[in-house]
Design a protein. Structure first.
Length: 767
């Protein structure tokens, strides 16, 4: 019997071990215990012209050798080729010179830097190259050439601090060569051009020593030089010293300098926040030569706006008044006629009332009127595009504040003409149009939707307003006109939300199956070679060579309003190389606003591939099919939610590709009998399985309606159910456009557009 019991225990142990082993094997087979399977996101190499692509490896090897202080290898690499007339030749020469120095070959380093300096280099290290070259000349005992390099750098340098440092080095070098006159000239220029630089104190002492003057004596400067010195103080953020300098020269300034002195005095007073005094000087200048009237008008308008904003005409006044606070019983009458009556009980209370100080309001309104007038005066002058853009936007803001719709509609097209993808006052105008539509002011809505559609160029804005214009016209009885617009919207190259709405209203669609990644046409290399702004050529060529650190520095240094789109394209390449998806997508949209719109086929395929990742395809297809959802909707959700980053985590804890909340994911995992831990949401397979199940659940909740399911994915099913219950009979297009959360409204539109994009990319057509 004991032997039998022992055998039973042995059998039981064996069975338990086998069961446990099967469980572990099953667990491992399901991929539940392995670390997250993150598909490698290897950034594509930047597109490069053939000549740069051919030299990319050699250049990269040279840069890497420099990073390891291997001068000999760097010399070997950088001396094995040349970029010819390309801007990036400056970098080859710069690095080659540094490599020679690492090997101790100062002679070749000096010759190479001299060749670079003769090119008038624009690279970000130009100042370093100049100081290095001058030091090599000095070490050789050739102080004349060193002084010449310093003096040239001072002329070329745009930064006052660099110019001051170069001029002081020139002063020292000229003294060492016996050229006292040249030294004196360089020192005086520090006092004139860079009076706030650290070298200015030494320059003052040197000038006093040469001229035999003391600190109590005025600097030996001409009136013109004093004006330049005042302007330099102003540029350095020292308006008080600027004003003092200008006040010194004002009484004796020749007629040719009078307007310049007055303008700079007005600007200095504005910086000192003496706005009234500033405008007293600037107002007479607003009708003189353009070179003075334009800056005077800009500053005066700004002064008036600040003065207006500083006045609050509303005042609080405390008044006292009697207020009934209840009742009281009192005895009245005499003798037998005496009786108790109820009388109201009063109490004196203090009350604060808001009043308008009419004098203050009048002054505020006057300043506001003058600010607007000066801005309009400025528009009538031959100002550059940057100033015009700034002025028009300021006037648009004022028109919105005053609800001046007619004037706003004059200004907005002018802004869009300057910047094709600008959207000034768009939200304000859209809100007005939509409000008119919802209150059945169809005539007003029709006019406003038409203005938006005809004015703004962004495809999403244009199609949205076109669709609602058609809906308005249809409600007014213009069925033929509306049908033509629906057909036009349905025929777009992608099925965005408005194409779907149009099809639902009877428009027919022909499927488009061409892959936008395989389209023929100008690629990024051709565009960049022909259109890249000159100041960004270095950044582009460095990007093409995969020298991303230097490309980043060059891009940041040279970005301005007019070249923003090219600069952002280069920044997208940089962020792609560092796998920073969020910043990459931000730059891509700034560079190519057509992305994620029906116009995106005009974007080079290189950037389309960057924008639309194709990772985790097996998991997406498998679990989308299992849960009966469109895999391209899932791809769109993933792109919108996490940019295909499996480790993405939101501020509220949503995790992974499909940004699932841990509590929701845990509930789904229990239902699916999937072992779960919050950290496992970073496993793409687990995340996609649970995410597609969640999407299916939402679709079931809303009767298979994808749009409502997608809205719930963003805003929460409770919110969407509440909104739908409040408007159960509202047409679906109106309901989606009326979603209270702007983020959710845009989310649905964007996911639908991304769905259609992935459908074409995957060769599935767009219907």
């Amino acid at each position: 019997m004991q032997l039998l019991r022992g055998r039973r225990w042995i059998v039981l142990v064996v069975v338990l071990v086998v069961i446990a082993g099967i469980g572990v094997v099953t667990f491992l087979q399901r991929g539940r215990l392995v670390s997250p399977r993150k598909e490698a996101n290897v950034p594509q190499k930047p597109e490069a012209p053939p000549d740069l692509a051919k030299l990319r490896d050699a250049f990269t090897a040279g840069v890497e050798a420099m990073a390891h202080d291997d001068g000999a290898e760097a010399v070997k690499r950088f001396s094995s080729f040349t970029f010819g007339n390309r801007a990036v030749e400056e970098y080859r020469l710069y690095y080659l010179a540094n490599a020679y120095q690492l090997t101790g070959d100062s002679e070749r380093a000096r010759v190479t830097l001299a060749a670079l300096w003769r090119r008038d280099p624009q690279l970000i290290y130009a100042h370093d190259a100049a100081f290095n070259l001058a030091n090599l000349y000095t070490a050789l005992g050739d102080r004349d050439h060193a002084a010449d390099v310093y003096a040239t750098l001072a002329r070329r340098a745009g930064e006052p601090a660099v110019a001051a440092s170069a001029r002081w080095a020139t002063t020292v070098a000229r003294v060492q060569t016996g050229d006292v006159s040249g030294a004196f000239f360089a020192a005086r220029n520090i006092l004139i051009e860079s009076p706030r630089a650290p070298e200015a104190a030494n320059a003052v002492a040197f000038v006093h020593a040469i001229t035999g003057t003391t600190d109590n004596d005025p600097l030996p400067l001409t009136p013109s030089e004093r004006v330049t010195r005042g302007v330099a103080f102003l540029a350095a953020g020292d308006p008080q010293n600027a004003l003092d300098e200008l006040n010194l020269v004002a009484p004796s300034a020749p007629a040719s300098l009078h307007l310049q002195v007055e303008l700079q005095r007005g600007l200095a007073l504005s910086q000192l926040r003496r706005y009234e005094d500033s405008n007293k000087i600037l107002e007479p200048l607003t009708s003189v030569y353009f070179k003075y009237s334009i800056p005077a008008l800009r500053c005066a308008a700004r002064n008036y706006a600040i003065l207006s904003a500083s006045i609050d005409p509303n005042v609080n006044k405390v008044i006292k008044e009697k207020k009934q606070v209840g009742t009281t019983k009192v005895r009245v009458g005499k003798g037998k006629a005496k009786k108790t009556v109820t009388k109201p009980k009063f109490q004196t209370v203090s009350k604060t009332v808001k009043l308008v100080d009419l004098a203050k309001k009048k002054k505020k309104d006057e300043y506001d009127r003058l600010a607007s007038e000066r801005l309009k005066d400025l528009l009538s002058l031959p100002i550059d595009d940057d100033v015009r853009f700034e002025t028009l936007n300021a006037l648009a803001d004022r028109a919105i504040a005053k609800n001046q719709i007619d004037y706003l509609q004059q200004v907005v097209p002018q802004i869009v003409k300057l910047d094709t993808f600008a959207d000034p006052a768009l939200q304000y105008l859209w809100d007005r149009a939509w409000a008119a539509y919802t209150r059945s002011d169809l005539a007003g809505a029709r006019t406003q939707f038409r203005f938006i559609a005809d004015t703004y160029t962004q495809a999403n804005v244009r199609r949205q307003s076109e669709y609602w214009y058609a809906r308005t016209v249809e409600r007014l009885g213009g069925k033929a006109e509306a049908a033509a617009i629906y057909q036009k919207l349905a025929n777009g190259p992608y099925v965005d939300l408005y194409a779907r709405h149009s099809i639902a209203r009877g428009a027919k669609r022909v499927d488009i199956k061409s892959n936008p990644l395989e389209k023929q046409g100008a690629d990024w290399r051709e565009i960049a070679e022909k259109q890249m702004p000159r100041e960004l050529e270095l950044a582009y060529e460095l990007t093409a060579l995969s020298s991303m650190r230097d490309a980043l520095l060059e891009t940041r240094k040279n970005t301005n309003r007019s070249n923003t789109r090219f600069a952002e394209a280069l920044m997208a390449d940089y962020y792609n190389s560092t796998s920073d998806e969020q910043l990459m997508y931000r730059s891509l949209k700034r560079a190519w606003p057509q992305l994620a719109t029906v116009d995106q086929d005009t974007v080079p395929a290189y950037f389309l591939r960057m924008y639309y990742p194709l990772r985790y395809g097996d998991d997406i297809e498998k679990y989308s099919k299992k849960n009966g959802v469109d895999p391209n909707v899932v791809r769109g959700l993933i792109l919108q939610e996490s940019y295909y980053n499996p480790e993405a985590k939101s501020g509220v804890g949503a995790t992974g590709l499909m940004q699932l909340m841990p509590a929701t994911a845990a509930e789904h995992a229990r239902h699916l009998h999937v072992p779960f831990a919050t950290s496992r949401l970073e496993n793409p397979t687990v995340n996609v399985e649970l995410g597609t199940y969640h999407l299916r659940m939402l679709m079931n909740l809303f009767g298979g309606n994808v749009d409502l399911a997608v809205a719930s994915y963003n805003a929460g099913q409770g919110n969407v159910m509440k909104w739908r219950r409040a408007a159960p009979h509202k047409p679906m297009d109106e309901f989606l456009e009326s979603i209270p959360f702007p983020e959710t409204r845009n989310y649905v539109k964007r996911v639908r557009m991304l769905q259609s994009s992935y459908a074409r990319i995957n060769g599935e057509g767009t219907t």
